[in-house]
Design a protein around this ligand. Sequence first.
Ligand SMILES: [Zn+2]
Length: 301
Amino acid sequence: VQMTFSGSPLDPADRLRGDQEWLQNRLNDSRSRFLPMWQLMAFVDAPKPTSLVWLAAVDLGEVEGTAVFLGLKDDVAHFAIDVDRPEGGEAAPYQSFGHFMDVRTAGGILGVGESGILARARSLIDWHKRHRFCAQCGSPSQSARGGYMRQCPKDGCKAPHFPRVDPVVIMLIVKGDKCLLGRQARFPEGMYSALAGFMEPGETIEEAVRRESLEEAGIVVGDVRYLACQPWPFPSNLMIGCEAEALSEDITLDRNELELAMWVPKDVIRRALAGDETLGFHLPPPLAVAYHLVRDWAERD
Ligand SMILES: [Zn+2]
């Protein structure tokens, strides 16, 4: 299964994007295509989108925001460009060409491929907006290598800075024919999902799964098996999906992390996957890796 927010069809062409002259030519090339991002939203063809909308430089006009090279397709360069105005507060631009829509909704509708383009665009544009100064000396830094680096220009510092990817472990804890689902207070009403948490420096994926399972639900975990991962560009997470074998059953909740948690038998999970609305809870949507972790387990005998 390929995950939403992956599968970009563009060639990221790292061999070319370090060449400033090549990049500048492509930014001025009438064949190049630009995906405007306004308030970090996706630019799509309609309120019920069927595709992203790309603009030519002539339609884009003068924009001061950072341009990020997304890749090549049929030798045509594709860029995302931050079209927020510094003063903010204005109506959405380019309304005669398309609609702006939040990336999570648009990604879920557009599916694998175009959502992968959106993930890269959103994470990188967001990173540039929030990392305008050198973390080492505080000088204003500059975008470099097509947006895959920021360079400090100050003599004696010149530190390079690279975009972050923050790994998050997300684990379906299982014991026999039951799995553990929990809900955070911010989840939509009735939704339960696999437990998750940020990895910490100096630990393996398996150690992070065991630590989070114990911290959040008081469950001791033995074997951990990696299943699948998913970029989650809010702002720049990588969800690392695992299945974890519980060695204990009693739940002790950390109320700061989870509102509720419960063991759910496999036959009930199968009914939830089939859309049974009488269960009093529902699973995350198929755009989330958690859905696939649950489904993969439920479909096994
Ligand atoms: Zn610096």
